[in-house]
Design a protein around this ligand. Structure first.
Ligand SMILES: C[S@@+](CC[C@H](N)C(=O)[O-])C[C@H]1O[C@@H](n2cnc3c(N)ncnc32)[C@H](O)[C@@H]1O
Length: 284
């Protein structure tokens, strides 16, 4: 039996064309997020434009670095300890790398990876200007594609941070050009890419090691959706550990700090995963 003709997304798309609804641009953006988040979108949307509550990160640094309070909270949720071997898969501009490197201390090592050459240059500048020499010399900067990390190293790190490239709706709302170009394909494609990166992060961590997945997306497809997919495909290889923070609220698999309910902090989502002991991760 074939699929019934004209059902599902195609039928919805045709209906939208019939009633003159656009699939791109500001109206499509608002419709998509209203459908995903319901009434919450009405309170969240106005708070996204001026979101983020910058704090000075100072402890253990040569000079302060300013970043959103929620970003510090997310990086700390990975629980890096002195002496840990740490991978930061998508590191530029480097705020979270500073949190990880100071926690790992001079006895630890950090690999800070960033694929974009321009952003990698900025990352190096941030590390050089803020980290004391005994910690800076323990941080290596690389330029690999995070999705293909398994080709380089497997089961090597105590802790891995994947702060994935995401929809970043707060930035979309701040740019007419980005709003005009927006389509629902954006969050779906980014979710697929994030899943590939997260699978590589799981391969890179040692058995019993931890992976923290984070995004600044509001779209649940890129947050709980990515974790959900990983848990299905890597069943028995990873387990979710309950992450907590002083602000925000729990989600199905993680924690989110959204500016409408956290005094302007965020948006950020994070979920902490632990790799099972002595189980080989397989590709999916
Ligand atoms: C959300 S930002 C990271 C922010 C950073 N963790 C911080 O706190 O400062 C995501 C980064 O991933 C980089 N990126 C995008 N695709 C990548 C890939 N395939 N491999 C590695 N890095 C990638 C982007 O250039 C961007 O700098």
């Amino acid at each position: 039996m074939g699929r019934k003709k004209g059902n599902g997304p195609e039928r919805r798309d045709r209906k939208r064309r019939d009633v003159g609804e656009e699939r791109r641009g500001p109206a499509a953006f608002d419709r998509f997020y209203s459908e995903l988040l319901g009434d919450r979108w009405n309170t969240l949307r106005p708070c996204l434009r001026d979101s983020g509550r910058p704090v000075a990160l100072e402890a253990g640094l040569l000079r302060p670095y300013y970043l959103d309070d929620a970003s510090v909270t997310a990086a700390q949720a990975l629980g890096v300890q002195g002496g840990d071997t740490v991978l930061d898969m998508c590191a530029a501009p480097g705020g979270k790398t500073l949190v990880l490197a100071t926690a790992a201390g001079p006895g630890g090592t950090v690999v800070a990876n960033e694929r974009s050459a321009a952003r990698r240059a900025r990352l190096i500048r941030v590390l050089d200007e803020h980290l004391p020499p005994d910690i800076r010399e323990r941080v290596t900067v690389t330029g690999h594609d995070a999705r293909r990390w398994g080709l380089h190293e497997r089961e090597r790190y105590d802790r891995v941070l994947l702060d994935a490239p995401c929809s970043s709706e707060a930035h979309v709302l701040g740019s007419q050009q980005h709003l005009d170009r927006w389509s629902p394909a954006r969050t779906r494609q980014l979710a697929v890419q994030a899943h590939a990166m997260l699978a590589a992060a799981v391969d890179a961590v040692k058995p019993e090691g931890y992976v923290l997945y984070s995004t600044c997306a509001v779209s649940p497809l890129e947050n709980d959706g990515v974790i959900e997919r990983l848990l299905k495909r890597r069943s028995g290889v990873v387990a979710v550990c309950r992450a907590q923070a002083p602000w925000g609220e729990p989600t199905v698999h993680g924690w989110e700090i959204m500016p409408d309910r956290a005094e302007g902090r965020g948006p950020i989502f994070f979920a902490l995963l632990r790799r099972a002991p002595f189980v080989k991760a397989s590709h999916s």
